[in-house]
Design a protein around this ligand. Structure first.
Ligand code: NZQ
Ligand code: ZN
Length: 389
């Protein structure tokens, strides 16, 4: 087990009827709040009015940035950072999915510096040491942004979608009410499940063998998704299913399962290039890539990982030949993503074309080979893209 630091002090209010604590929590940081949200789903589900009422009751002065895009753009971040400076904002309240929370994180960081927020990204990124406090109300179980130090921002001008990790970006408080996800569409529910699954698989498929406890934890989380995502699709207002998915989304990426493991991810760097060029939904891109990447990486040296995954997550008969179990585990993963969750299974179906493979693979390897479960060169990434056609 490698040395690691675990320090995720986000305070979580989980469950229904917790929003009456919102004013109290925000007031700890000051009275001037920047409320941020996306394209309007929070108004359609009545959440906006509830939030405004809580803020009024707490005598908060409220400013807003709305219309934050899925795959959030740097322009929204600039707008929010500027407003924070102009209005002397004390605390940011993000209400929405990962896109709203991610954009808000960089508004909060951008408010503390003089340079353009895009300079936080890339090879010559500026230091990110401070951000205004961030509070979130999550409405979609997927990215884990509500409890992690990461955020991913798109820049259409440069054709980049880039992520960054920094402790300053960690939300101070997050409200996780599963009932707020009842209105999430089947498609976004499926994409969210695929995203959570990928966050776990990216860590679970690792050549280190010495973290039995964490492997068991991850298998449990993967089983939770396999069990409850289909329930949430069939019965969108099933509290048990939505609650299990929501809490799994936070724990999949809040730093706990990474502890002591080599951390490089494989499918995420590839997927971010798909979203950068085609603006597709993150979880959908991951779903298409994941089974192909698993197939591409499989060999005699790493087959045991597929065996434990197949046996412990999907219940494959452990007495079968190892390679048979491994191949079956990949087939069942694909079946779950494409048949059970109903996601599209190929690049062709979502309009991703071979002519962009070289560019996307080159950018996926912009910092060198992807050193994950198996090291991937630019050529390997192109080969995996080919398998997705
Ligand atoms: O914009 P609104 O109107 O709110 O609608 C959103 C959006 O259209 C809708 N939605 C959200 N909650 C809803 C709802 N619709 C009905 N009822 C609700 N309760 O769902 C759509 C997608 O929302 P979005 O926030 O884009 O989805 P998600 O949470 O999947 O976030 C995706 C973004 O997060 C990044 C992704 O790359 C992508 O840009 N990621 C962030 C990570 C992180 N911070 O750690 C890690 C992830 O791997 C990922 O890269
Ligand atoms: Zn993800």
């Amino acid at each position: 087990m490698n040395p690691f630091i675990y320090n995720i002090p986000t305070k979580v209010y989980f469950g229904e009827n917790q929003l009456h604590n919102l004013g109290k929590e925000l007031s700890k940081f000051g009275k001037r709040v920047l409320l941020t949200y996306g394209g309007g789903s929070i108004k359609r589900i009545g959440l906006y009015d509830r939030v405004i009422e809580e803020l009024r009751n707490a005598n908060m002065e409220v400013f807003e940035v709305s219309g934050i895009e899925p795959n959030p753009r740097i322009e929204s971040v600039r707008k929010g950072a500027q407003l924070c400076k102009e209005k002397n904002i004390d605390v940011l309240l993000a209400v929405g999915g990962g896109s709203t929370i991610d954009a808000t994180k960089f508004m909060a960081a951008g408010a503390c510096v003089d340079h353009d927020p895009w300079e936080f990204f890339g090879a010559d990124a500026k230091p990110l040491e401070r951000a205004l406090p961030i509070v979130t109300i999550l409405t979609l179980a997927a990215t884990g942004s509500e409890m992690d130090t990461a955020a991913v921002i798109s820049n259409l001008e440069t054709g980049d979608k880039l992520g960054r990790l920094a402790p300053a970006l960690l939300p101070k408080v997050s409200f996780l009410d599963p009932t707020l996800t009842y209105s999430v569409s089947k498609f976004q529910t499926a994409c969210g499940a695929a995203d959570i699954m990928s966050h776990i698989i990216e860590v679970y498929f690792n050549t280190q063998q010495d973290l039995f406890m964490l492997d068991c934890f991850m298998e449990g989380m993967l089983k939770t998704i396999v069990k409850y995502a289909p329930v949430a699709l069939a019965e969108p207002e099933n509290y048990e299913a939505r609650a299990n998915l929501m809490w799994t989304s936070s724990w999949a990426i809040n730093g706990f399962i990474n502890g002591g493991k080599r951390k490089a991810w494989s499918c995420h760097p590839m997927e971010h290039e798909l979203s950068a060029v085609y603006d597709i939904t993150h979880g959908l891109g991951l779903a298409i890539l994941t089974p192909r990447w698993m197939e591409y990486c499989l060999d005699e040296s790493n087959v045991d990982k597929y065996v434990s995954y197949g046996v412990n997550v999907f219940g494959i008969d452990a007495s079968l030949d190892k390679m048979v179990i491994a191949r079956e585990s990949i087939r069942l993963t694909a079946e779950f993503l494409f048949d059970t969750l109903g996601l599209q299974r190929t690049f062709t179906e979502v309009g991703i074309k071979r002519e962009d493979f070289e560019l996307m693979a080159r950018k996926a390897c912009r910092y060198g080979d992807i050193k994950g479960f198996k090291t991937l060169t630019q050529k390997d990434v192109e080969n995996i893209f080919e398998m997705c056609l």
